[in-house]
Design a protein around this ligand. Structure first.
Ligand code: ATP
Length: 280
């Protein structure tokens, strides 16, 4: 009890610092310089700890000074990233959407891609998740428009000015269109994959976005996640994948319901079970 009375302030301080550092990290990991920054901080932290543990006084002294000047240098070097990271601090991302909003968004997205697929209109969607796609948005034309299947059709129509490139969906809205995504440099087993598909793979290698491609040539719908492209999805597979990603809680509920039904089935008398299966 005495310990708690003496040290509760330390606990509060650690908690505040932890929240602050975590929020900074969250904002920073959305930027391109994040990996470099994390690398530098890790090297410095390890080197400083080793210098203190082994009592390497001169190295420890140099490192502590280097940290101060290094921090200043980093602020200057990463000024653009810092600005956008700080701007995003505390901003909510896709998964803070209410379930109803996500349900509506998922259904519009599925309908929109399926319509384009039936009309053989080539399309590339990128749906932003935790990692910001602001840098990529800036390569196209910023729209901030309400997302609808009709708008997607107008944008990807071959005669439309913005049909070339990808559309970025952020917070359930069309953030921008005509965007250029990084093309994957990986050696892909399927050499027939063109630039649209490679751009979907490339973007999802670099970010946690979900990319959807509608092939102009075949109308096939493909989805890229973490650099992995699932090709030629059927309508059902496509809708199911979208639900798994954007409505995970619904998927869990469905699985639970199926399990309950299965267990009810298996608890039935064998003769009853025959009746149930006959009815199906
Ligand atoms: N880096 C990129 N970022 C976004 N979109 C791109 C990029 N490179 C190409 N595209 C889009 O892909 C189109 C060219 O697609 P291409 O035929 O090379 O690809 P594909 O993967 O074979 O697709 P499809 O099956 O639709 O033909 C371009 O017109 C452009 O709209």
């Amino acid at each position: 009890m005495q310990f708690l009375q003496d040290h509760w302030r330390d606990g509060v301080e650690i908690l505040i610092l932890w929240i602050g550092v975590y929020q900074l990290y969250r904002a920073f990991r959305a930027t391109r310089g994040a990996n470099i920054l994390v690398g530098i901080v890790m090297i410095l932290a390890i080197a400083t700890s080793l210098a203190f543990i082994f009592q390497l006084k001169v190295i420890a002294w140099i490192l502590t000074r280097a940290v101060i000047y290094g921090a200043l240098a980093l602020v200057v070097i990463f000024q653009p990233e810092l600005r956008s990271a700080l701007a995003k601090l505390g901003s909510s991302r896709f998964f803070t959407f209410s379930k109803t909003q996500r349900l509506e968004f998922t259904s519009i997205l599925a309908d929109s891609a399926i319509q384009l697929s039936k009309k053989r209109i080539g399309a590339l969607y990128a749906i932003e998740k935790e990692i910001s796609l602001t840098d990529h948005q800036e390569t196209g034309v910023q729209l901030d428009a309400e997302f609808s299947a009709e708008l997607a059709q107008s944008i990807f129509h071959t005669k439309a000015a913005l049909h070339d490139g990808g559309m970025i969906l952020s917070q359930g809205r069309v953030a921008s269109a005509g965007c250029v995504f990084p093309v994957s440099q990986r050696e892909l087993a399927d050499r027939t994959l063109g630039l649209r598909h490679r751009a979907a793979i490339g973007l999802t290698e670099e970010t946690d976005a979900v990319a959807i491609v509608v092939s102009e040539e075949t109308g096939a719908i493909s989805m890229a996640i973490n650099g992995d492209l699932k090709r030629n999805l059927s309508e059902l597979e496509f809708r199911e994948m979208l639900e798994e990603i954007f409505l995970p809680e619904q998927k869990i509920n469905e699985d639970d319901a199926e399990e309950t039904l299965d267990s009810e089935d298996s608890s039935l008398d064998p003769s009853d079970r025959d009746m149930v299966s006959d009815q199906r």
